[in-house]
Structure formats: structure tokens, C-alpha cells
Design a protein around this ligand. Structure first.
Ligand code: NOJ
Length: 475
């Protein structure tokens, strides 16, 4: 249970550190920067996909589940990274994409029966918009995401065997577990029936306008999904499985029979408003199994999602909730989203969440000596080097939070507080954030052990857009 209160740092390999000057991050680059992670105090790193891929979805379209894409390096580089991480006490989690392969995976032509076909499309929708079916050779194949990502048929034993083989391969090479992609799309209705019209019952998480018209009961989350998850569990033993299950936490139970934790999407999608945050935390903590996350390569960074003025409080909240937390690379320095496409699910739409990590104030932020695939975002102002020795920097705040969370007690008690203030107790510490632009009273007593900004807490009043932690319980 090393992961019970772990902080897992998300590395987006394409954008972390380039070691060979091609403008794209790689595994040797990640290894060069491991000391940043140990200095920061995280427990593990999760690598977004590093496998061979035509990169239609930057690695979430895998063409070989047991290799490394040459852009990122080689299997030797992977072994070296895992050994270097281990030597520093860091674990390495991988990303597995069981729902679909790349259309360029040899399986697609050699084993068409491993995929899902229909004579004509039904009304199922791709997560990225439009029909989930594309024509090929007189039939239609299912793709829950881009057309280059055909869905595998998890009711086919050969598919399961091939995937178990891949899962074991990386565990044997030292992976500490997996973040499992798109579980809600793993199994669908075996008869491929149309999704019925929406019933009006809220889904509990944001959906597209198209999706809102349907009940989405057949295109995803088939009742036998846990059986497939059991086969994933069978392959990985007791290594960590973190599920990307796009469902509100009230529906997690069957999935958590085989996964350790699931990403807490209700909190990720809550606006920066104390009452909404509180409601999401309350709902999610009704049962165990939350992995907290507020930002990643699909949704963008803290500074942009919640506003620069709230990003430090967001980090404070993320890192003081009970259970594992995921920290996206760049959030520790307050990196903002960069330029990118307008519509999120257009090809370049999520580029803006994926601009390279910034290590120093040079024009490419120390990411590459070549031409970066995406340019740096104000590197002269936002970079690791400039913030490392500044006790007031976001980087120092995040490091202090990581140290402090180790002494937070078990459990979570949400407190009554003034409107606009989220407050809770962890053991002997009380934590509060003011999500508003005004001063607000906060139920904080005792010694101040951490503030988002110096002087954030004056007496029992929190400055606008600030947060604090005290040692001692509210009187
Ligand atoms: C979720 C991943 O985080 C996202 O980047 C990807 O596009 C989809 N799953 C499809 O694999």
C-alpha cells in the first residue's frame, strides 16, 4: 500500500526533457531530471504512453504494446530509467490503453476478429465527437475515440491473453503498476444496440451536447466490465491499478472490486467555488478509492483552469486531501497553458495543455537544445531554476506541502465555514481555502504551519484567493 497517501507526478514524456536535440522529450531526458522529483518529494512518476505509436493521439494509439517508440528511446533506456528511479526511491507507473490499439497495430490486419465490426453504424458517439463507427472494406469498425484508434473486443479471449502478456512484460521490467485508460469504454453492449434517448437523469459529469441527448447505456460501462478488469488484475498481481473511469464516484463500486483507485473527476470538474468543491469532496469521500487530480494532459493546468490567483490554493487543496494525489508536470512552478487549437478534441486542441516543462529562463526553458515541438510559455518568468531557492515561490510551496502531507493524520472532517471558504480537518491540522476575491473568516486556530502567501491568514481571516494550514483544531 505504498500508494495510500502517495503523490504521483505525471510526466508527459513528449514534453518533459529532450536529451538528443530533436525537440521532443525522451526517456534519457526524464532520467536526467529525476533529481527534481526527489528534491520535490514525490513518491512515484506516471509516464503517459511511451510505446511505439503513429502518434495520432500522442501515444494513446499504440502499435506495439511491448516496445518503446524510437522518439522516446529504447528498452534499454526504459530499464535504465527504472533503475535510476529505484535508486532514488521513486516508483514508475505506466499508462496502459486496453480499450483500443492503433489502427496501425499489426493486430488490426492480422486479427480483424479482435476488433468490433458492424454492417452499418449504430448511434454510438466517439468521445471526440461524431459517430464512433468508420467504414472499411464494406463494413464499419468501432472507435470510441479517433478513427485511428479501433476498439479491441474484450470479450475475445485472444485479446485478453495478448493484453495480459503486455501487462506482465512491463511489470517484469520493474513498472510499479498502471494508470488504466478509458475503462468506461472497455466493454459495451454485446448486441451493439443503439443508446436510448436521454432520460433526463443527470450523468454527474460534463458531457458534450451530442452525448447529453443519449442515455449512453449501451455504448459504454457494460455490466460485465468488472470481469475484464479482473483479467487485468490477474496479470498485474498486487501492483497499483489507477482507473480512468469517467463516472461519478457513486458508480465506482463495481470497478473498485479490481482497481485500487479511480480518478476523482467530480472534483476535477468542479468550478473554483467553495460550496461546489465541498460537495464534490463530500460525494467522493463517501467511499474509499479516490485518486485526486485537478489537471493533466487532457484538461489543462491549475493556473489556467482555476485562475493564476487561485492556483496556489488549488495545489494546497489537491495535496492535503486523504489518499493518493496526482500532480501534473509544470503545476509545481505555476506553468500556464500555452497556445493551441480552439476546440479541445480537434487534433491540436489539447496541445495547449502539453507545452514543455520549463527548467530555466532560456528561450526553450532548458527543455531542448533543438527546436521544441511546442514553444515555452514565458520561460523567463516561470521556471524551476528561478523558483528553487525562493521560499515564496510556487515551487517552494508545493515542496513544503509535500513534506507537510506526510504528517497529516488519517481521515477527513469537512467543517462548516463561511460562504466561499472550504475548510477541513486532517488529524491535528486544519486546512482552509478562501475561493473568493474578498477577505473571509475561516475556522483556523493554533499555529500557522503553511500559507499560500505570506500573511494570508490574519487572525482568523483569510485574504482573498488564499489558503492556510494550522496545527490545532478549531475552538
Ligand atoms: C484518455 C487519455 O488521457 C487521452 O489523452 C486519450 O485521448 C483518450 N483516453 C483515448 O485513449
Amino acid at each position: 500500500m505504498w500508494w495510500r497517501d502517495a503523490v504521483i507526478y505525471q510526466v508527459y514524456p513528449r514534453s518533459f526533457q529532450d536529451s538528443d536535440g530533436d525537440g521532443l522529450g525522451d526517456l534519457p531526458g526524464i532520467e536526467q531530471r529525476l533529481d527534481h522529483l526527489t528534491w520535490l518529494g514525490v513518491d512515484a512518476l506516471w509516464l503517459s504512453p511511451i510505446y511505439p505509436s503513429p502518434m495520432h493521439d500522442f501515444g494513446y494509439d499504440i502499435s506495439d504494446y511491448k516496445g518503446i517508440d524510437p522518439v522516446f528511446g529504447s528498452l534499454d533506456d526504459f530499464d535504465s530509467l527504472v533503475a535510476a528511479a529505484r535508486a532514488r526511491g521513486l516508483r514508475v507507473l505506466l499508462d496502459v490503453v486496453p480499450c483500443h490499439s492503433s489502427i496501425e497495430h499489426p493486430w488490426f490486419s492480422e486479427h480483424p476478429d479482435w476488433y468490433i465490426w458492424r454492417e452499418g453504424p449504430n448511434n454510438w458517439l466517439s468521445a471526440f465527437g461524431g459517430s464512433a463507427w468508420s467504414p472499411l472494406n464494406g463494413r464499419y469498425y468501432l472507435h470510441s475515440f479517433y478513427p485511428e484508434q479501433p476498439d479491441l473486443d474484450w470479450r475475445n479471449e485472444e485479446v485478453i491473453a495478448a493484453m495480459q502478456d503486455a501487462l506482465r512484460f512491463w511489470i517484469d521490467r520493474g513498472a510499479a503498476g498502471y494508470r488504466v485508460d478509458a475503462i468506461d469504454r472497455l466493454l459495451k453492449d454485446p448486441e451493439l444496440r443503439d443508446d436510448p434517448p436521454a432520460t433526463g437523469e443527470p450523468f454527474g459529469l460534463p458531457l458534450s451536447d451530442e452525448e447529453l441527448k443519449l442515455a449512453l447505456t449501451h455504448s459504454r460501462n457494460a455490466p460485465d466490465t468488472p470481469k475484464a478488469l479482473a483479467r487485468i488484475r490477474e496479470a498485474v498481481g498486487d501492483h497499483l491499478l489507477v482507473g480512468e473511469v469517467y463516472l461519478p464516484s457513486a458508480k465506482w463500486q463495481p470497478y473498485l472490486e479490481h482497481l485500487d483507485v479511480a480518478f476523482a473527476f467530480e472534483l476535477l470538474h468542479a468550478r473554483w467555488d467553495a460550496s461546489l468543491l465541498r460537495a464534490a469532496i463530500e460525494a467522493t469521500t463517501r467511499r474509499p478509492g479516490a485518486a485526486w487530480v485537478l489537471s493533466n494532459h487532457d484538461f489543462g493546468r491549475l493556473v489556467t483552469r482555476f485562475g493564476a490567483e487561485n492556483a496556489r490554493s488549488a495545489a494546497l487543496m489537491l495535496l492535503t486531501l486523504p489518499g493518493p494525489a496526482f500532480l501534473y508536470q509544470g503545476d509545481e512552478i505555476g506553468l500556464a497553458d500555452g497556445p493551441g487549437g480552439e476546440r479541445v478534441y480537434d487534433r491540436a486542441g489539447r496541445d495547449r495543455f502539453r507545452h514543455p516543462m520549463q527548467w530555466d529562463g532560456s528561450p526553450n526553458g532548458g527543455f531542448t537544445t533543438g527546436d521544441p515541438w511546442l514553444r515555452a510559455v514565458e520561460p523567463e518568468r516561470v521556471n524551476v531554476e528561478a523558483q528553487r531557492d525562493d521560499p515564496r515561490s510556487t515551487l517552494s510551496l508545493v515542496r513544503d506541502l509535500l513534506a507537510l502531507r506526510r504528517v497529516l493524520g488519517d481521515g477527513l472532517e469537512l467543517l462548516e465555514a463561511a460562504p466561499g471558504v472550504l475548510a477541513y480537518v486532517r488529524g491535528e491540522h486544519t486546512i482552509a481555502v478562501n475561493t473568493t476575491a474578498d477577505e473571509r473568516p475561516a475556522p483556523l486556530d493554533g499555529e500557522v504551519v503553511l500559507e499560500t502567501d505570506p500573511g494570508a491568514l490574519r487572525g482568523r481571516t483569510l485574504a482573498p484567493h488564499s489558503g492556510a494550514i494550522t496545527m490545532g483544531l478549531p475552538g
